[in-house]
Design a protein around this ligand. Structure first.
Ligand code: FES
Length: 74
């Protein structure tokens, strides 16, 4: 689905940007032009950005094994 019609930016583009490290609307605007023209996409783009960040965090591998915190507590 298109998020920003003015710049032909889709949800997929935003997910790809998040995978490359984008975390803020300012970064989306700088890299993809989102909300840089008419601005009507800003709210939808922000929701999509938060969703993409949440999806990435949920699928990211844990940095430490689950038992690590138990070992540190001893
Ligand atoms: S729809 Fe995104 S700037 Fe116009």
């Amino acid at each position: 689905m298109y998020v920003c019609v003015c710049n032909a930016v889709t949800e997929s583009h935003i997910h790809d940007a998040v995978e490359r490290g984008v975390r803020r609307m300012r970064d989306l605007r700088d890299h993809l032009g989102v909300a840089a023209d008419c601005g009507r996409c800003a709210s939808c783009a922000h929701s999509c950005l938060k969703s993409a960040i949440g999806s990435q965090a949920a699928s990211a591998p844990q940095a430490f094994p689950a038992a690590f915190s138990l070992m540190e507590a001893r």
